[in-house]
Design a protein around this ligand. Structure first.
Ligand SMILES: [Fe+2]
Ligand SMILES: [Fe+2]
Length: 376
């Protein structure tokens, strides 16, 4: 009896999963295949996508595979943290002495020995994995099989980041699940609906461009892509408010803003970054203070900017909708040296303000002096 087992968050299932599964079924020729969505992956924060929706999408995406598939809610039934070795025990119990084949992605392969009780897995299952182009094999100390051919470098987190940044569903998602994502407004589609009705079209487009650029920079500077994209898409959420509305909003919600009275008198539009940070936390449920801080700092900066704050500041001033002369230069510089790009971005921002004969907020001046000191 051959049992193939494929677990994961499937949040959402993508074409890479399906390609891997189909090939594994072809090569292993299992009597039965268990597909086991994670209830709560031990390595990830709890997914906000309900289990039943991830399971529904998995079933829809596998509809064309006419083999003996079991959509197994084992982890949901366990109702808590579960590990792969427990899943192996469960399958052993369920079938009499089965040959268990554990299907994993290439990324998991080098990490398997860090899983809980890895020896139980290696002693009782054969690991099978798909290879990506350029993958250098680690001489693994356990029996494993590589499926023939190469598999695309896809990941659910990339799919989620794409939807969050662009408000559309990428072609890496099986077409059968697109309706479910749209109907339930998953992965940030709800947020896009709100932004579309509260921002002017060009401001909405700018937000998407900033999210896209922040996502691209996150890869270079080791920030989680979804974190960067979330900061980008929400950074101007309050930009649709007028000056008096922003003042009222900050007062009503008791938002702490340095130089508040001066800003109210001189340039209330500067309040939009603080109001957007409030919306991110309280309207869109962003709990990550790194994100809300970056949003609050995207206009004036601060003396202690995180990498994410720097990425957002730079992306905001040089996203592809910015057409002034140096935008392209800053955009390219950001790919090489984020701190240099930040210095240029702060410089441009100060010069814009001076050129348009507007008031310079002390926060912007402090940032400039701080960056110059660091340069030397
Ligand atoms: Fe802004
Ligand atoms: Fe912006």
């Amino acid at each position: 009896m051959k049992v193939l087992v494929f677990g994961g968050s499937f949040d959402p299932v993508h074409k890479g999963h399906i390609a891997l599964l189909k090939r594994a079924i072809q090569i292993v020729a299992p009597d039965v295949t268990h597909l086991v969505p994670a209830y709560h992956s031990p390595f990830k924060a709890k997914s906000p996508t309900p289990f039943r929706l991830r399971m529904k999408m998995l079933k829809l995406a596998c509809a064309g595979i006419k083999k003996n598939l079991v959509f197994d809610d084992y982890e949901l039934r366990q109702g808590g943290k579960t590990y792969t070795y427990q899943l192996i025990y469960y399958l052993q119990k369920r079938y009499k002495n089965p040959d268990i084949y554990l299907l994993v992605g290439t990324d998991c392969l080098n990490d398997l020995h860090n899983w809980k009780n890895p020896q139980v897995i290696f002693d009782n299952a054969t690991v099978i994995a798909g290879k990506r182009k350029g993958y250098s094999e680690n001489p693994a100390a356990f029996k494993h099989i590589f499926l023939p051919g190469f598999f695309p470098k896809l990941s659910s987190s990339r799919v989620r980041a794409h939807i969050l940044a662009c408000g559309d569903i990428p072609s890496t998602v099986p077409p059968q699940i697109m309706d479910t994502i749209r109907t339930h407004k998953l992965y940030g589609l709800d947020l896009h609906d709100w932004l579309k009705t509260h921002l002017k079209p060009n401001r909405y487009q700018h937000s998407k461009n900033v999210a896209e650029m922040a996502g691209a920079l996150s890869d270079i500077y080791d920030v989680q892509v979804e974190t960067a994209v979330r900061a980008g898409i929400l950074h101007d959420a309050a930009k649709g408010f007028s000056g008096p509305e922003l003042i009222q909003f900050c007062r009503t919600h008791k938002i702490k803003v340095p130089f508040f009275e001066d800003i109210c008198r001189q340039e209330p539009s500067l309040l939009h970054s603080f109001a957007s940070a409030w919306l991110a936390r309280h309207k869109f449920g962003v709990k990550d203070s790194q994100i809300t801080r970056a949003i609050a700092e995207h206009t004036l900066g601060s003396l202690h900017m995180s990498t994410l704050s720097k990425i957002l500041f730079v992306a905001d001033i040089s996203s592809k909708d910015r057409k002034y002369k140096d935008a392209f230069l800053i955009r390219n510089l950001a790919l090489q040296d984020l701190d240099k790009a930040l210095l240029y971005a702060a410089n441009r921002k100060l010069l814009f303000t001076i050129d348009s004969q507007k008031w310079l907020c002390p926060l912007g001046i402090d940032l400039w002096n701080h960056l110059i000191k660091q340069e030397k």
